[in-house]
Structure formats: structure tokens, C-alpha cells
Ligand binder design. Structure first.
Ligand SMILES: [Zn+2]
Length: 465
């Protein structure tokens, strides 16, 4: 198959943009990339898909996602949320802790569908709880065609701490069972879907609730099994207080002392990282997921993203959770990342559309450990790409296709998605999922979850009449 007549952002080492370009795909790989006339002449018997007017680029990789939270879209904007701990223990945990496996699958299906429809071809799930039903969610990822690193929750919160904090029982399990469940999921699912699926460890945060010895054990196990690990880190203003209580200067230094920095580790947020922290993050090539949209909505940060990039930290982009950030539309969050970095620096060149697109593709692939075969469009790499149809008033004219993709396009402009050489979406129709059934399922159950959880006030501040 040859995809023809497109403007191709290859993201190859020279960052070449091929005008009137074509990509030849055989099996799961790109076998040729160049000018349309040349490829079509060289392979006259191949079928073709004409992508005239489309920008083609590598699939986007979202490195911080909570699939269980898509059914809670926008609830941070209902009534008064208050402090972070009220939000987490009073609202989010009771709701997610009341999920049945069917609820969790409904939410994850919605999340994966939304990601595919907005051009995300790979993602890191940070906190997949056992109560959600790991097998069905892993199966969903395999069947949908997406790439995923599913961070299975591990914790060590004593029953006394759990009850003191009001940590919902439905979100709790013992350290032993959490680790066992993760290793079992790894045995069963890691490498499924022709290698598209990975099972990681998912830690909520280095926080007072958790016994800190958990982190070293999990880090050692991750190394032993060559598994990834993800955790929220240096996220909240008080995170350094916790580190100081344990004899460390900062949360990042605490992470270093507990085996939480390194190549296969993705740290979400890092909004309070200082100069010393940034050096530590750069040295062992830790990945940081910059959650610009969510942080701005929650009034955290802004993270020192340009300083981290300058220091050599592998910074990627994540949408985080739908309660606060509303959408899993990475294109939108690329724009927010640029805007907020520029505002912070007082410099409109602080973060360019070119750099932020590298973060969402090349850096994202590195975070997932798949950079040897994904993240750019080159001969021999996997055929993972998306197309943006620029035949729309808000996308014309196209001066600089990178800026058009980052600053003008929205997730809804993604027309075609190809992963592992398979056409997953064509003309906005996802071929691997039943969109109507997924939407009906969510609409039919979201209020029941709130009722079961006993959480009230999930409405507008304005009266419903
Ligand atoms: Zn998060």
C-alpha cells in the first residue's frame, strides 16, 4: 500500500518535510518514503490511498493517562473542589472505588476511542487498579490496535493510614497482592498484540500514605524484569515537605534515593523541580511527562519545561485525567504547552511548534522504550502515523505545516490513523471499535456510579430548571 500526495513531517534525524510525499507500507513497516511520483513509478502494482491536502506525521504518544477517569470528564468543574486531598479522597477515589469492572471498561473504551480519534497511537496508563479488571482492559487495548504501557497500581498503605485519610476501600489493596497482581499481569499480557502492549508498575506518588520501602522493591523488580515504571512526582507544592521528613532536600532527590530515576521510568508532572533536580533528571535519562493542560487547569506549576529540555531531560507530553483536563486531545495540549512555556519565560520563542512536536513523538517513543522502531517516519520503522486533513477554514492557508499541526489543528481534524501498518481510522471512522455502543454504554451508566459512590453536587453552580 502507498499513501500518496501528502505533506510528510518525517521527524527523521534531518527533520525533513516531504512535499507531495508518499509512504509505502508493507506489513507493519515503512519500506519506502519519498516523492509520490517516484514511489508510484517504482511500485506500479501497489494499491494507493490519495492523501492530497493532508499533513502526515508520526502518531502522537501520550505519556500520562488515567483511563478510568474519562467517565469522570469535567467533574473537577462541578461545585467547589477545594484542596487536592479533598478532590482525591472526597471525590475521585469514592467514584473510581465504586466502579464495577464494566464501569472501568466503559471508561477505558471511551478513553482509547477518544485518543485514537485525536491522533494518539500510544500511551502510558499510570494507575490501573485491579478492581477495574486488568484482563478486559488489556484485551481492549489489543483489539483497538493502540500501543499501550499499562501501569498497574502498586501501593503500601496501612489500614490505619487508609482510614485516617478517608482513602476509599475500593481503591485499596495490600502491598503483597498489588505486586503479585502486577507480576501476574506482566506474565500474561506483556508483549501481547504483536508487542504493542507493555505492563508497567504504576505508583501513585511518593506521599506520606505509602511506606517508602515499597519504591525500592518495585524499582528492583522493574529492573529485574525489564519493566517500565511510572509515578506522579514533584507535582504538588508540599511534595518537598515529604522528602525533607525522610532526609532528602527535594522530592526528586527522594526519588533518586529510592530507585525512581532511570531509563525506563516516566515521572508525571515535575512542576516543582529546581535546578538541582533538573540535573538529576537529566543524568540517568529519566523521562518526564509534562502535563501542561492539566497543570494549568489545576493551577500547578508551570513546570520548567524548557530548562528540562535544555538540560537534556527526555520530556514528553501527557493529558493526565479528564476530571480536570477534560480531553485526551494531545494536539490541544501541545498548543497549551507552547503557550504556557512562552508565558512563563516571557519569550515567544521559548517553546516552538517543532520542539513540542518532537516531545509528543520522538520523546514519547523514548519514554515508552520503543524509539528504535517508532516516533519518526523512516524506512525500516513501524508504520505508525496520523494524517490531518487541512481542507477546513481554520487550517488554511498552510505556511508552515508544523505550526498548522500544533497551533491550528484540533484532535477532530485527524482523518486517518495507521498503527503497526494497520489502518485503524479512515475518514474519522475507527474501524476497530464500535463508537456508538461505547458512547451509549457510558451515557447509560455514569450517573449510577455517582449514586453508588454517594458523591453529590456533580452539577453546575447554576440551577437546573
Ligand atoms: Zn495523573
Amino acid at each position: 500500500m502507498i499513501f500518496t500526495h501528502a505533506t510528510i513531517l518525517t521527524m527523521n534525524p534531518k527533520r525533513e518535510i516531504v512535499e507531495n510525499g508518499a509512504i509505502r507500507v508493507k506489513g507493519d513497516r515503512i519500506t519506502a518514503i519519498g516523492k509520490t511520483t517516484e514511489l508510484v513509478t517504482d511500485h506500479p502494482d501497489d494499491d494507493t490511498i490519495n492523501l492530497s491536502g493532508h499533513i502526515v506525521m508520526p502518531g502522537l504518544i501520550d505519556t500520562h493517562v488515567h483511563t478510568a477517569q474519562c467517565m469522570l470528564r469535567g467533574i473537577s468543574e462541578c461545585g467547589t473542589v477545594g484542596e487536592f486531598s479533598n478532590w482525591l479522597f472526597g471525590r475521585i477515589f469514592p467514584l473510581q472505588g465504586s466502579y464495577t469492572e464494566e464501569d472501568a471498561l466503559a471508561s477505558a473504551s471511551l478513553c482509547v476511542l477518544e485518543m485514537l480519534k485525536s491522533g494518539t497511537t500510544g500511551f502510558v496508563e499510570c494507575l490501573l487498579a485491579e478492581r477495574y479488571g486488568i484482563d478486559a482492559i488489556a484485551e481492549l487495548c489489543v483489539e483497538s490496535g493502540i500501543r499501550a504501557a499499562l501501569g498497574k497500581v502498586v501501593m503500601d498503605v496501612s489500614p490505619a493510614t487508609r482510614d485516617k485519610l478517608g482513602w476509599h476501600h475500593g481503591m485499596w489493596q495490600t502491598r503483597e497482592s498489588a505486586i503479585e497482581g502486577t507480576l501476574a499481569a506482566h506474565d500474561t499480557w506483556d508483549g501481547a498484540g504483536d508487542g504493542r502492549l507493555q505492563i508497567w508498575f504504576g505508583c501513585r506518588s511518593a506521599e506520606p500514605a505509602n511506606n517508602p520501602s515499597l519504591f525500592r522493591e518495585v524499582s528492583d523488580l522493574a529492573q529485574e524484569r525489564e519493566m517500565g515504571l511510572t509515578i506522579h512526582l514533584a507535582e504538588l507544592p508540599h511534595d518537598n515537605d515529604y522528602a525533607r521528613e525522610h532526609g532528602y532536600r527535594t522530592h526528586v532527590e527522594f526519588a533518586q534515593g529510592h530507585g525512581l530515576l532511570g531509563e525506563r521510568i516516566v515521572l508525571a508532572h515535575c512542576t516543582i523541580a529546581d535546578d538541582g533536580d533538573i540535573q538529576l533528571l537529566a543524568e540517568p535519562s529519566t523521562s518526564v511527562s509534562h502535563n501542561a493542560g492539566n497543570n494549568a487547569a489545576a493551577a500547578w506549576g508551570p513546570a520548567r519545561v524548557t530548562d528540562m529540555l535544555d538540560a537534556g531531560v527526555n520530556v514528553s507530553i501527557g493529558c493526565d485525567g479528564a476530571p480536570t483536563n477534560a480531553n485526551m486531545d494531545l494536539l490541544r495540549d501541545l498548543r497549551i504547552a507552547c503557550h504556557t512555556a512562552r508565558q512563563r519565560a516571557g519569550n515567544r520563542s521559548a517553546l516552538t511548534s517543532e520542539t513540542v512536536l518532537e516531545m509528543a513523538t520522538l520523546n514519547g517513543a523514548r519514554a515508552l522504550g520503543i524509539h528504535s522502531y517508532a516516533g519518526s517516519l523512516e524506512v525500516g520503522k513501524k508504520a505508525d502515523f496520523i494524517t490531518i486533513d487541512t481542507d477546513a477554514p481554520h487550517l488554511q492557508p498552510v505556511w508552515n505545516p508544523v505550526a498548522t499541526a500544533v497551533f491550528a489543528a484540533q484532535g477532530g481534524d485527524v482523518d486517518t490513523v495507521v498503527i503497526d501498518g494497520q489502518i485503524i481510522m479512515r475518514k474519522r471512522q475507527v474501524l476497530t471499535m464500535d463508537e456508538e455502543a461505547i458512547l451509549d454504554n457510558v451515557r447509560g451508566r455514569f450517573r449510577d456510579v455517582a449514586y453508588r459512590a454517594g458523591v453529590e453536587g456533580l452539577t453546575s453552580a447554576w440551577p437546573s430548571v
